[in-house]
Design a protein. Structure first.
Ligand code: MRU
Length: 366
């Protein structure tokens, strides 16, 4: 997508280094960071300089390449996989990308591993771009079938599942970009997404950069807008989808799904098949939820009138905080799961069908 009119990816290779946009500096500054070691890459994932399930997967794949170009031994491969695998627990794309690297690299002699690791990382990144374009096409078909309640179509999204959460193109926002491209008059309600404000900072910024009409709302405003007929559909991303169709996504998603259900508003989840985790039978019981530092609640970051970065405390000194970063929306509240292979029911048969469709697609392309 574009940054000040220039096509840009969220992560890319530059010789022996990996470059990525520092998402902790957006929307106030576009800063590119460069990682030359797996340790730097892992730290960037933990600190959320790179974030979003598909992007974390690509960053992890690149992280393995950085490790292996320094030391291609079995021990170094094991330790890179372990380091990266422990960075963030909920997004399953991380483990999917690491598994791809492990499966490809383990049988190879050390001398061949660095080239192969870079090739896999590049493949993960390029596939992500193609996958998101396909999600956009399938999501566009759902958008076209909506009957807008007002003069223009209003969609609501939570967190950031746009191009910044992926290598490029986005998941939940891919259908939005496809719809705008197709000439559909739409507007996006953007949940601020406390505590880290990925909606207010990242989604609003990237929609603005692409010229998509949008309005930032407080996290608690969605239900009210749905009651008043001001939301035609909710579209969000996912960090992990269990075999029964339960969806783990940014904290607060579940409340939006409840409000959508109560108001008859379609609730769609857009994610690549790599976000489906057939090994977790029941999402509520089985998906690990990341608990982050309570300081993310206590302190809010931004810039002051003069453009200086500031962190200000919003809670009383001494009040404890609790900061679960994700929640699980039960499958019964999800109308469609939009993948690169089509839109599926959020149910065991739906998830199996998506996985089978992907396996079939891979057989025909290899
Ligand atoms: O904690 P983050 O910002 O890495 O959270 C991930 C997300 O961006 C969202 O949960 C998103 O909706 C799914 S990733 C496309």
């Amino acid at each position: 997508m574009k940054v000040e009119g220039v096509p840009t990816r969220a992560i890319w290779r530059e010789g022996p280094r990996v470059c990525f946009l520092d998402q902790t500096r957006l929307p106030h500054r576009v800063a590119v960071l460069r990682a030359d070691s797996v340790e730097v890459m892992a730290r960037a994932i933990i600190d959320m300089q790179v974030r979003g399930a598909p992007l974390i997967g690509a960053a992890a794949a690149y992280g393995v390449a950085l490790a292996i170009q320094q030391d291609a031994s079995d021990a170094a491969l094991r330790s890179a996989l372990e380091l990266l695998g422990g960075t963030r627990p909920t997004a399953v794309n991380l483990h999917w990308a690491l598994r791809r690297q492990r499966t490809r690299l383990t049988p190879l002699p050390a001398a061949e591993r660095a080239d192969a690791a870079w090739a896999i990382a590049t493949q993960v990144a390029d596939e992500d771009v193609a996958t998101n374009a396909a999600i956009g096409r399938h999501g566009l078909a759902l958008i076209r079938a909506l009957q807008p309640r007002g003069a223009r179509l209003n969609l609501l999204t939570h967190c950031n599942a746009g191009w910044l959460a992926t290598v490029d193109g986005g998941t939940a926002l891919a259908p939005v970009y496809a719809a705008v491209e197709a000439g559909i008059d739409l507007h996006v309600w953007v949940d601020e997404t406390r505590p880290r404000n990925q909606g207010a900072a990242l989604t609003a910024w990237e929609l603005g950069q692409q010229g998509v009409p949008h309005t930032v709302i407080a996290d608690n405003a969605g239900g009210h807008l749905m009651q008043r007929g001001e939301v035609d559909a909710v579209i969000v991303g996912a960090d992990r989808i269990a075999a029964n169709g339960d969806v783990a996504n940014k904290i607060g998603t579940y409340l939006k799904a409840l409000a959508a259900h109560d108001n008859g508003v379609p609730f769609w989840v857009a994610a690549p098949v790599s976000t489906l985790d057939a090994a977790v039978a029941d999402g509520i019981a089985g998906i690990p939820i990341e608990n982050r530092d309570a300081d993310e609640l206590h302190w809010v970051a931004g810039v002051d009138h003069s453009g200086q970065r500031r962190r200000v405390r919003v809670t009383p000194e001494g009040s404890p905080g609790h900061n679960p970063a994700f929640d699980v929306t039960p499958a019964r509240l999800v109308d469609r799961i939009v993948t690169e292979c089509g839109a599926f029911e959020a149910s065991r048969p739906g998830i199996s069908a998506a996985i089978l469709a992907k396996a079939g697609e891979m057989r025909t392309t290899t």
